[in-house]
Design a binder for this molecule. Structure first.
Ligand code: SIN
Length: 486
């Protein structure tokens, strides 16, 4: 960790636009607080409409030369950015924990996860192959190429302040697009630190612009209507995703949407219960339950549900809650007061409708936005917690009696991002994985995130995929060229 008596080496409080650190036309600032203590970390510029228009112009001007640069050269620049990030894992992780609250070990893992997307897409930049199609006429030749879509606006959430940006910016830059990245108002410093490292790595001016603002409505309206922007890539709530989609229709912008989940976690009667409990803790309590792929509903075969619940509660009661900067802490605070209120509302609603509190269920004695890790049993479909994403450290357990009932319960939602199931049966593995209407399925594991696989949802959980060889394609347009050769 760096020396606290010195200024943080990666703390930047200005926006990064057109290759310059920019204070805004009329310098306005907003204070960013540490959710663990409530203390102000620093003030960041709070950009207004004119400033964002300037960022759009810079990205637009940088696009022609960036797209013309040979892919191998873009790859080298991305690789240099990756190297810078890997040389600054600890200071970056510290910024994440200070502004977002997650334990420092999770922040370190997040920085490496973020960097992995940049490394991956640096490599993919060189493999953006086209096709030669056997012609339909003797004197014609047909070629299909992939062109960058243009200027991309990325809008990212606070729960993964580094990884969500990297997962969008890296494939966009690799494909030859330029980017305006709007970080969540709660977590601008991670984004700006990544920009500082991109600058150090030699990314040309205007290729990546980071625009902190608290005026999300102004930013949404501008970015979805400006003709110079070709695509919006958004991670966040389904409600906001739908608004952005509607707003993009006026200019028919391309869209990537990674939206809310309501992940079921199924435990069959032949599951290895020790493994299932470990997977449940990893999936549910990572980032204090604040991920789109966190298990949101535990569906457990009636014959093993009591054992599963008591083993899970024993693990959960051992989780250490505290300031994420302290080594040994497993769960930090929630992001803000309204996040805690939502968790409380879900727990109270479930208990009022007959659920049993096995452990937790209340704010943590540390106060602030800390919440005690919670397990509920006797949960059913009438409860809010069965239908809405809780985004907090609560494991609600429902029971089922047959495979069909498990599948019906699991699919009983408009969300379709991630699902998990535990079974030792090979036949059941195929039947269940094929029946789950989810973009991401974990079998006998609670951790599914990796840069090498396509991340994204079915139904109302989104549009498009991030990561893997598919992730770059969403930042390209197919172009077909028909040549008459005489
Ligand atoms: C998310 O919560 O949207 C992302 C989680 C992940 O990448 O694991």
């Amino acid at each position: 960790m760096f020396d606290h008596s010195m200024p943080h080496p990666l703390l930047r409080t200005e926006a990064f636009i057109g290759g310059n650190w920019y204070r805004g036309e009329r310098e306005r600032r907003t204070a960013i607080s540490n959710p663990a203590t409530g203390a102000v970390l620093a003030e960041v510029v709070d950009l207004q409409q004119k400033d964002l228009e300037w960022a759009v112009q810079c990205a637009y001007q940088a696009f022609p030369s960036w797209r013309r640069m040979v892919a191998g050269q873009r790859a080298l620049l991305l690789r240099a950015w990756y190297d810078e990030i890997m040389q600054h894992v600890e200071p970056l992780a510290e910024i994440i924990t200070l502004e977002q609250g997650k334990p420092i070990t999770e922040s370190i893992a997040e920085v490496r996860y973020a960097a992995s997307f940049i490394e991956w897409f640096a490599e993919e930049a060189k493999r953006l192959y086209g096709e030669l199609v056997p012609p339909h006429m003797a004197d014609k030749r047909i070629m299909v190429t992939r062109q960058p879509v243009g200027v991309v606006a990325s809008i990212t959430p606070w729960n993964f302040p580094a990884a969500m940006i990297a997962r969008k910016v890296a494939p966009a830059l690799a494909a030859g697009c330029t980017v305006i990245a709007k970080p969540a108002p709660q977590t601008p410093f991670t984004a700006l630190a990544l920009a500082a490292l991109a600058e150090k790595a030699g990314l040309p001016a205007g290729v990546l612009n980071v625009v902190p603002t608290t005026d999300s409505e102004m930013a949404g309206n501008l970015l979805t209507s400006d003709l110079r922007i070709a695509k919006i890539s958004f991670t966040g709530s389904t409600a906001v995703g739908k608004k952005l989609m509607a707003a993009c229709s006026g200019t028919l912008k391309r869209l990537s949407l990674e939206l809310g989940g309501n992940a079921p976690f199924l435990v069959f009667d032949d599951a290895n219960l020790e493994d299932a409990v470990q997977g449940a803790v990893a999936s549910k309590y990572r980032n204090a339950g604040q991920t789109c792929v966190c298990a949101n509903r535990f569906l457990v075969h009636r014959s093993v549900s009591d054992v599963f619940a008591s083993k899970l509660a024993a693990e959960v009661q051992n989780l250490r809650v505290g300031n994420g900067m302290m080594r040994g802490v497993d769960q930090g605070p929630l992001i803000n007061e309204s996040a805690v209120q939502k968790v409380e509302a879900h727990v109270q609603d479930a208990i009022s409708k007959g659920a049993t509190l096995v452990c937790g269920g209340k704010r943590h004695p540390l106060g602030g936005t800390y919440f005690t890790p919670t397990v509920l049993t006797g949960v059913n479909r009438t409860m809010l917690i069965a239908h809405e994403e809780t985004f907090g450290p609560v494991a609600p357990i429902m029971t089922f009696d047959s495979d069909q009932e498990a599948i019906d319960l699991a699919n009983d939602t408009r969300a379709g991002l991630a699902a998990y199931f535990y079974t030792e049966s090979y036949q059941r593995f195929w039947r269940i994985s094929e029946a789950l209407d989810y973009g991401i399925v974990g079998h006998n594991t609670g951790l599914i995130s990796t840069e090498i696989a396509p991340f994204g949802g079915m139904k109302e959980s989104g549009v498009g995929r991030e990561g893997s060889r598919h992730g770059i394609l969403d930042y390209t347009e197919l172009q077909y060229i028909c040549s008459h050769i005489g």
